[in-house]
Each structure stands twice: as C-alpha cells, then as structure tokens.
Design a protein around this ligand. Structure first.
Ligand code: HEC
Length: 149
C-alpha cells in the first residue's frame, strides 16, 4: 500500500516534512507497512495556521482577550467597528463588512490597498492556506453560516 498524502499542497508539505524528519524514513524505505500520517482536515490545518499566525494578537474564543479585535463574531461585522479596540482610521474608512471574500482579500495582502492599516505585517499569499484559515474561522462562535456571505 502506498503512502497517502492529503490533497492540498500545503498540508502535503507539512506531511512531507513530518515524514522526512522521521527516523524510519531517513533510514531508507521501510520494508513493512509505512507509518500512517495523522490525518489533518482543512479546519484543523486552519486552526494550526491561526494559532501560529493570528492568535498572539486576536482572540479566537470568547474567554480570551488580546489587544486586537477577536476573530469570533466576525462575519457580518463592519471593519474597525468593535468597541474597546484601537483601530486605524483607514480600516474604519474601508466601509466594508467582513465576509468570506473581504477576509480572503484582507489576508492576501499586507496593506489592503490602503496605507496605514495597522495590521500590515500579515499576508498569506497561499490560497489554500487562506481557505483553511477561513474554514476554521467559520467554526468559531458567532460566525454562523447565515452571517458568512
Ligand atoms: C501582530 C499582531 C497581529 C497579528 C499576528 C494578526 N493581526 Fe489581525 N489585526 C491586528 C491589528 C492591530 C488590527 C487592527 C488593524 C487596523 O486598525 O488598521 C487587526 C485587524 C484584523 C481584522 C479586522 C478586525 C475588525 O474588527 O475589523 C481581521 C479580520 C484580522 N486582523 C484578522 C487576522 C488574521 C486572520 C490573522 C492571522 C492570519 C491576523 N489578523 C494576524 C493585529 C494582528
């Protein structure tokens, strides 16, 4: 039986690096059944990315607090509108509400076509990573499917 890799390239890379770092693989092709990779769904991959790339600054659970606005209750919310958080004038002036497409656009860019957005360091150029992040964000409280368009 052959090795089974997840379809998405980024997940595959992760799986590959896991394999390469495993001693069995480094010692050459195993004679018996190869080790099974832990399966990772798109949502789990998204959770991993958000933990690494977003969660220092943004809460993902209602009982957490971070300095930037939380990522739950996000879909349908107007950009830069949550009380108690400091936003740049420019994010408020975007005049958009967060949806799958505005978030995809936001995450793809580091400047969001607007100078002086405060979150300028984050840019996720890989589309499959943005899709995984969005898939995970959609599972958070207050990000109900009815708000996601
Ligand atoms: C180093 C801190 C930091 C990291 C890491 C970070 N952000 Fe941000 N984020 C901010 C800040 C600061 C703002 C406010 C931007 C402004 O006011 O211009 C913001 C704004 C946002 C907003 C708009 C919030 C609102 O209420 O309108 C979203 C959505 C967002 N970030 C998502 C993400 C996601 C998803 C990630 C991970 C891929 C991420 N951020 C990583 C600091 C961060």
């Amino acid at each position: 039986m052959g090795l089974r890799f997840p379809k998405r390239p980024a997940v595959r890379m992760l799986a590959l690096s896991f394999l390469i770092s495993s001693p069995t693989f480094a010692a050459g092709p195993p004679l018996q059944e190869p080790p099974r990779l832990p399966p990772m769904s798109e949502v789990e991959f998204g959770r991993l990315l958000v933990t690494q790339r977003c969660a220092n600054c943004h809460a993902v659970a209602p009982d957490e607090d971070r300095y930037a606005a939380p990522l739950h209750g996000l879909f349908g919310r107007k950009a830069g509108s949550l009380d108690g958080y400091t936003y740049s004038r420019n994010i408020k002036n975007l005049g958009i509400a967060w949806s799958a497409s505005t978030l995809d656009n936001w995450l793809a860019q580091t400047t969001f076509d607007t100078p002086d957005i405060r979150m300028r360091h984050v840019g996720i150029p890989m589309q499959d990573q943005r899709e995984a992040i969005l898939a995970f964000l959609k599972t958070l409280p207050g990000n109900a499917p009815s708000d996601q368009e």
